[in-house]
Write a protein that binds this ligand. Structure first.
Ligand SMILES: [Zn+2]
Length: 87
């Protein structure tokens, strides 16, 4: 009875899954940089790896964090088309 189970997601779950993936990516890349330093391929005193997850709407080119996208409820270009703000 798990039909549609993947579709059921809360905003909180989406944010925490994204955050998990972001910090996982960062630590994998950090370890890789450390290994490169260990074998002498690179020389960097204090490497700090950062990863940012962005979602781009290819219809208009705007990009969002998951949090921004959730807060906005979608891309601004959808609202422009919908015209719910009386403009
Ligand atoms: Zn858009």
């Amino acid at each position: 009875m798990d039909t549609g189970r993947e579709a059921a997601i809360t905003p909180e779950e989406a944010v925490s899954t994204t955050e998990w993936a972001r910090s996982r990516s960062r630590s994998v890349v950090s370890e890789t940089v450390e290994r490169l330093e260990n074998v002498g391929e690179i020389d960097i005193a204090e490497p700090a790896v950062s990863v940012s997850i962005r979602v781009t709407c290819e219809a208009c080119g705007r990009s969002y964090t998951i949090q921004d996208l959730l807060a906005a409820g979608g891309c601004a270009c959808n609202r422009e088309r919908g015209g719910t703000d009386g403009e």
